[in-house]
Write a protein that binds this ligand. Structure first.
Ligand code: THU
Length: 134
């Protein structure tokens, strides 16, 4: 997947815009995510925390679940934005891996600056995937 800098930046900007809607009153660590599906559609997500802390849902999974619930399961690229350019958690890596190891992951900071770019396979080596269940 070859992405232009403009394509990358606009996805990061979409994630950062979504991040303003993060519901993170406990951690004060707002996260925004945005993905582009193979069909060219965009879905964003934010972390949604809960007073019962473990019920919190990460931004990446919200974006992925929104896409899947609309019938889209192939993703070209997903951008994740946090204040400090934090990396996706292990649970989100596993959920990304379910839908493709080649998906590009863009990690950006609160200024919308791209800090790292890799594939899901890079983020989760030796991933357990649907193929293992065949
Ligand atoms: N968080 C995400 O949304 N994505 C990640 O990949 C890492 C963590 C959220 C969960 C929680 O609301 C806050 O960041 C602090 O852990």
């Amino acid at each position: 997947m070859n992405l232009t800098n403009e394509e990358k930046q606009s996805l990061i900007d979409l994630a950062n815009e979504a991040r303003k809607r993060a519901y993170a009153p406990y951690s004060n660590y707002p996260v925004g995510a945005a993905l582009r599906t193979r069909n060219g559609h965009f879905y964003s997500g934010v972390n949604v925390e809960n007073a019962a802390y473990p019920q919190t849902m990460c931004a990446e999974r919200v974006a992925i679940f929104k896409a899947v619930s609309e019938g889209e399961i192939e993703f070209d690229v997903i951008a994740v934005v946090t204040n400090n350019g934090g990396s996706p958690c292990g649970g989100c890596r596993q959920v990304m891996a379910e839908f493709g190891l080649d998906t590009i992951v863009l990690i950006a900071d609160g200024d919308g600056k791209l800090k790292k770019e890799m594939t899901v396979a890079d983020l989760l080596p030796e991933a357990f995937t649907p193929k293992h269940l065949l």
